[in-house]
Design a protein around this ligand. Structure first.
Ligand SMILES: C[S@@+](CC[C@H](N)C(=O)[O-])C[C@H]1O[C@@H](n2cnc3c(N)ncnc32)[C@H](O)[C@@H]1O
Length: 215
């Protein structure tokens, strides 16, 4: 699936209230300034249909995804930037949404930035990749004798284990991009380090939802 098709597909799911694949953050009146980190085309913000008093901004490294977002919802505030160096002031947000972005970034620097841009008492909502997802992908690649995927999923497995043990992740030697799974143990330790606590982890079959609060 192309990146464009992926974002459009995710938007369709996010808009379908009865789709079992729909996993979205719950916004409350406390969340007046919202950052969607790794927003893609802004599908999470678009489908959340936010009331006017909420100021929301999406940030992503992928300029083409942001252009698609502008096509889909012109008034949406979208910024080109990286999770590990966010172009926002300290304490600028009440809520950071990190929907399936932490699996693809250097997690420790990204969490440090999330901790910096959240106000004290502000919240993180994150959708993560659990280890069993990588095991499943590795098994599928092995059964399909897809050598490239087998090597990639072996890298993801090693990287997720490294994250679990040390908090570090390394880029793929083949693509130069990051991918890992995230364990609750690793996340709680790294969130603590970034100044977030009150961590709640909800495990589902294909994903993990985590929330935390900036101290
Ligand atoms: C799996 S997509 C998730 C998109 C959207 N959040 C969603 O839930 O549908 C991961 C997104 O993270 C973005 N991304 C990857 N590395 C990033 C980085 N270092 N900083 C910011 N965004 C990044 C990608 O460009 C992509 O749009």
């Amino acid at each position: 699936m192309s990146t464009r098709a992926y974002h459009l597909h995710e938007l369709e799911i996010a808009r379908s209230l009865d789709d079992s694949r729909r996993v979205m953050p719950q916004l409350t009146s406390q969340h007046r300034r919202v950052l969607d980190l790794g927003c893609g085309a802004g599908q999470t913000l678009i489908a959340s249909d936010l009331p006017g008093e909420i100021s929301a901004v999406g940030v992503d490294v992928d300029f083409d995804a942001l252009l698609l977002g502008q096509e889909l919802a012109a008034p949406l505030a979208l910024v080109n930037g990286a999770a590990e160096g966010l172009p926002f002031a300290a304490g600028a947000f009440d809520l950071v949404i990190a929907r399936v972005v932490l699996p693809f970034v250097p997690i420790r620097p990204a969490l440090a930035e999330i901790g910096r841009v959240l106000r004290s008492g502000g919240e993180l909502w994150a959708l993560l990749h659990p280890p069993r997802r990588t095991w499943r992908s590795l098994r599928a690649a092995t059964q399909a004798r897809d050598t490239r995927q087998m090597l990639h999923q072996t890298y993801v497995l090693a990287n997720g284990s490294l994250f679990h043990l040390s908090g570090a992740v390394i880029p793929s030697p083949a693509s130069g991009r990051y991918e890992s799974f995230q364990t609750a143990h690793g996340m709680i330790r790294e969130l603590q380090r970034a100044g977030l606590s009150n961590v709640i982890v909800q495990r589902a079959r294909h994903h993990t939802v985590l929330t935390a609060v900036k101290r």
